[in-house]
Ligand binder design. Structure first.
Ligand SMILES: [Zn+2]
Length: 303
């Protein structure tokens, strides 16, 4: 079974028929779960509709930084209302994108801060998009309490490095706050439930994020020939702190690069991650699915 931790089934250019065809393709694939991510109020409404229609679909609701100069406070209130839906499992995607232009950077920061506060108020996972704004994103997350001890206390811990895989892959990463779970004997570390979606920063900063309590999520670029940084990030970060995603319809993985991406193409991302980690595809698929279910509190015991 596979988990796509960031995808856009709600994509506004899909017709209802295209969305249904895609759903059928997903149902005949190995994909067991998707997080259908909104970029605006319309997207959030469609994502929740998808999540009502399909049992393998859950929604993330939020306003993307692209909308920073047009959103209103009424939109934030609408996101707050939609986030109460039982199929809404995260606030996202939210963040900073300084790739295009520079004129709305203040508004982007304000929008991000408001939505981190919303996620804290609602005690929900946070899904972060960041592009050409790595350090500022981290600074704002810290300032707004996304990695606070209080926030970490709301969520169960996650398995410590080396707890989930039998393979002896190299990782000498130190994660603070490790403690034994008295019930199961599994060693757990605090989890702030902050997903760094399609992570594109340095491997060193990825380690810093994980130490703070974040989770690193990777998609198509890890399969690209020029995706060395993403591959090095996968190598360095223990698999316990990774998620698999597609960001479909964008960022199709190799060997499908250049085509419209689809959620079940996450298979290629997971195959590449397994190769880098030196574990089997089946084991990587199992662990990354468990990670996704735990991160979003979905499946088995929790729903
Ligand atoms: Zn996205």
């Amino acid at each position: 079974m596979l988990f796509d931790a960031h995808t856009h089934l709600n994509f506004e250019k899909y017709t209802d028929e295209e969305r249904m065809t895609l759903a059928q393709e997903i149902e005949s694939s190995e994909l067991g779960y998707i997080i259908d991510v909104a970029d605006c109020v319309r997207g959030a409404e469609q994502a929740l509709k998808d999540a009502e229609d399909y049992e393998w679909c859950w929604a993330a609701v939020g306003i993307h930084p692209d909308h920073a100069s047009v959103y209103t406070d009424a939109d934030i209130e609408e996101i707050r209302r939609l986030a109460a839906h039982p199929r809404a499992v995260a606030i996202g995607e939210i963040g900073l994108d300084f790739y295009y232009g520079t004129d709305d950077r203040e508004e982007q920061q304000e929008l991000l801060r408001k939505q981190i506060r919303l996620a804290n108020e609602l005690r929900m996972p946070i899904m972060i998009h960041t592009r050409d704004a790595n350090q500022l994103t981290m600074d704002i997350l810290i300032e707004e309490g996304a990695f606070s001890e209080e926030r970490k206390s709301w969520f169960p811990g996650r398995p410590a490095p080396g707890m989930m895989s039998s393979a002896a892959y190299a990782s000498d990463m130190k994660v603070p706050g490790e403690y034994p779970d008295r019930i199961s004997g599994v060693r757990l570390v605090p989890d702030a439930r902050v997903q760094m979606h399609c992570y594109s920063g340095s491997p060193e900063q990825a380690e810093e994020y994980v130490r703070l309590g974040a989770t690193i999520s990777l998609g198509g670029p890890v399969t690209f020939k020029n995706g060395k940084k993403a591959a090095e990030t996968v190598r360095r970060i223990p698999i316990e702190f990774l998620l698999s995603e597609t960001d479909a319809p964008y960022m199709a993985p190799e060997p499908l690069r250049g085509r419209p991406n689809k959620p079940h193409y996450v298979e290629h991302v997971v195959r590449r991650m397994a190769m880098i980690k030196g574990i089997s595809y089946a084991e990587a698929a199992r662990i990354l699915t468990e990670n996704g279910k735990r991160f979003f509190s979905i499946g088995s015991e929790q729903q």
